[in-house]
Design a protein around this ligand. Structure first.
Ligand SMILES: [Zn+2]
Length: 229
């Protein structure tokens, strides 16, 4: 499919319907229709041949593990224009760690041996914004959301609350990515893997407006991690 055709379909066809979906049933129907198109080779986006699927069914060898946010506007495969089998992806609100996520990372490291680990935050992150509201404005959240935010609030220690709102959120997003990276690197497993060499752990922030991913320079605790870009 030509690039121009894909863009045209996206803007004129898909986008015109996105805001019309209001109910769970409609959303489910959309997912089913999308899957049916995929299976029949009628996908609107670059699809994969059945031979490729059959090959991937035997084993996966993703080249990168990405810990990103659940935000619907930051789909890693699309953001990185990656195909099936290329990215091992974990998505959780606020791209934070947790028991299951740590286990998934360990699986990626020890079984899939992905050489690259990316913690992908994004501008305008609602989870980080909620953590800011809790820390600086005393906002209270429902219990499980509060538990989630406990993973983000500590990242905001050095954030200057007098910054303008947009700059404040941007600084918090980056601080949250850096904290997640530090936590990953401080685990015994990560230290051992880093010592072996050939592994990179890096942070990145996705810009919702431009679609651009900005890879972060490593901070002092991540000094063994070379910058990617
Ligand atoms: Zn987010």
């Amino acid at each position: 499919m030509a690039q121009g055709t894909t863009t045209e379909l996206w803007t004129e066809d898909r986008m015109s319907h996105v805001h019309e979906i209001r109910t769970a049933e409609e959303a489910l129907t959309r997912l089913k229709e999308g899957n049916a198109r995929f299976v029949s080779g009628q996908a609107r986006f670059p699809t994969v041949h059945k031979e490729v699927l059959a090959e991937l069914a035997k084993r996966q060898r993703p080249y990168a593990t990405i810990l990103g946010c659940s935000d619907s506007r930051v789909p890693p495969e699309l953001v990185f224009d990656a195909a099936f089998g290329e990215l091992f992806i974990i998505r959780v609100a606020g791209n934070v760690l947790g028991e299951s996520i740590n286990g998934t990372l360990q699986y990626a490291s020890t079984h899939l041996h992905t050489p690259l680990f990316v913690v992908l935050g994004h501008e305008g992150c609602g989870a980080v914004e909620a953590a800011l509201a809790e820390k600086f404005h005393g906002a209270r959240h429902r219990s499980r959301i509060a538990t989630l935010l406990e993973n983000i609030v500590p990242a905001l220690e050095s954030i200057d609350p007098t910054l303008p709102p947009e700059a404040l959120l941007s600084a918090a997003v980056e601080a949250n990515v850096r904290r997640t990276i530090r936590e990953v690197l401080e685990s015994p497993e990560a230290k051992a893997r880093m010592a072996e060499g050939g592994v990179m752990v890096i942070g990145a922030v996705y810009d919702l407006v431009t679609g651009r991913v900005r890879f972060l320079e490593p901070d002092s605790l991540g000094r063994s991690v070379p910058p990617m870009v």
